[in-house]
Design a protein around this ligand. Structure first.
Ligand SMILES: [Zn+2]
Length: 345
C-alpha cells in the first residue's frame, strides 16, 4: 500500500511537471522539444556531390584568387544562398566582402577578390555568433595547362558549409532557428597565405570578435588518407582543446550522440611536425583567442595536384563529416551559456 501510495504521488507530481513544461513551451510555440536530427537529413551525399561537381569543375579554372574562376565560384555560392533564402549579414554588400589587391603581398599581382558570407540570425542572443568557414579558392591552372580542380582542397569544405547553412535556414523558417547566430564564411586567398580569413579577422570582422564564440573550419573533408584506408570512418580534429575544454567535450559528446565517427587527434599534438594548427583559416580566429575546431582528412596522393578531382571524393563520408559540423554548431548555438574559455594560470 505504501509503495502504491507513493507511486501515485510520484505520478501526480510528474503529470504536474509535464503540464507546466508543456505550458512553458507552448508559450514559445513549440509543443515538442526540437531535435537537430529533424534537419540533418537536409545534408545529403547527393546534394554535396551535385554542388562539388560544379565548384570543382574545369569551368572554375582552379579558382585562383582574384581570377575569373574564383569569381565564378563566388557567384555560384552566392546564388546558392539566395536560392535557399539564407540572408546576407547586415552591413555586407550582397554576400561579398571585398579583399582589396593592396592587402596582398606587394608584387604578388593578385587582384581584388571576395569572401562570401551568409548568416542565420539567432533568436535569443543574436549578437553571439558561431562562424563556420571553408576556403573556396584554390591554386588555378598549372604550367602545363592542367586545371587544379581542388575538389577535396577545399571544394569539400565549401559545399559542406553550404549544406550546413541550408539546414540552419530551414530550421529557422520552421520556427526552430538557433538561439545564437551562425555565420557561413567562404573565404578566398587561403592558398596564397590564409589572406581572406586574415582580412576578415584582422581588418573587417563582420561580427565582433569578442562575440564570436567559436570557429569551425573545414579544409579537406572529402577523402580518406592512405593511413586510414582500413578504418575510413574518421576525421582528424585539430585545436579542439587548445582554448576551451568545454568545446572539446561538446564536440566529443555530439559526435557520440549523432554521428559516431572516429575523432583522431594525432595532428593536434603540440609537437606535430606538420604544424597543421597554423596552416588553415581557423588559425586567424584562434590567434584572437577564439576557440576553433579544424576538421581535416589528412593529406593524400592528390593533395595540391590536378588529380584532386570530384570523382574521387567519398560522398557518404563527406555527408557524415558535414553532419558532425552541423550538430556541433547546433549545440554551440543552442546551449544555455556560451562556451567558456579555459582560465590559464
Ligand atoms: Zn586547403
Amino acid at each position: 500500500m505504501k509503495h502504491l501510495f507513493l507511486l501515485s504521488f510520484i505520478l501526480l507530481f510528474l503529470s504536474c511537471k509535464t503540464s507546466t513544461s508543456n505550458q512553458a513551451s507552448d508559450s514559445s510555440q513549440q509543443s515538442v522539444q526540437i531535435s537537430p536530427v529533424d534537419y540533418e537529413n537536409l545534408i545529403t551525399a547527393a546534394e554535396l556531390k551535385e554542388h562539388l561537381f560544379i565548384i570543382a569543375s574545369d569551368e572554375m579554372e582552379g579558382r585562383m584568387t582574384g581570377e575569373p574562376g574564383q569569381k565564378n565560384a563566388a557567384e555560384y555560392i552566392r546564388d546558392f544562398f539566395i536560392g535557399n533564402n539564407i540572408p546576407s549579414p547586415p552591413g555586407v554588400d550582397n554576400y561579398f566582402q571585398q579583399v582589396p589587391a593592396s592587402f596582398f603581398r606587394e608584387g604578388s599581382g593578385i587582384k581584388v577578390t571576395e569572401n562570401v558570407i551568409a548568416f542565420v540570425e539567432g533568436s535569443e542572443y543574436p549578437e553571439e555568433v558561431i562562424v563556420i568557414t571553408a576556403h573556396y579558392d584554390h591554386t588555378g591552372i598549372d604550367r602545363n595547362g592542367n586545371v587544379n580542380n581542388g575538389a577535396d582542397d577545399d571544394g569539400s569544405g565549401t559545399v559542406a558549409t553550404m549544406m550546413v547553412a541550408k539546414a540552419f535556414q530551414k530550421a529557422k523558417e520552421e520556427g526552430n532557428g538557433p538561439k545564437r547566430s551562425v555565420a557561413f564564411l567562404l573565404v578566398t586567398g587561403e592558398e596564397v597565405g590564409l589572406v581572406g580569413s586574415k582580412y576578415y579577422t584582422d581588418v573587417d570582422p563582420i561580427f565582433k570578435l569578442e562575440n564570436t564564440i567559436a570557429n569551425l573550419n573545414m579544409d579537406m573533408v572529402g577523402r580518406i588518407a592512405p593511413e586510414k584506408l582500413d578504418s575510413p570512418d574518421y576525421i582528424y580534429l585539430i585545436g579542439t582543446d587548445r582554448l576551451s575544454t568545454e568545446l572539446h567535450n561538446l564536440s566529443e559528446q555530439v559526435n557520440k550522440q549523432y554521428v559516431n565517427l572516429e575523432l583522431d587527434y594525432t595532428f593536434n599534438a603540440h609537437d606535430d611536425p606538420n604544424r597543421f594548427y597554423f596552416r588553415s583559416d581557423h588559425y586567424n580566429f584562434a590567434k584572437h583567442n577564439i576557440p576553433v575546431i579544424f576538421y581535416f582528412n589528412g593529406v593524400h596522393e592528390d593533395y595540391h595536384k590536378h588529380t584532386d578531382t570530384p570523382d574521387k571524393v567519398e560522398y557518404n563520408l563527406l555527408e557524415k563529416r558535414t553532419r558532425l559540423v552541423y550538430h556541433t554548431a547546433w549545440e554551440l548555438a543552442n546551449r544555455k551559456d556560451r562556451i567558456a574559455l579555459d582560465v590559464n594560470e
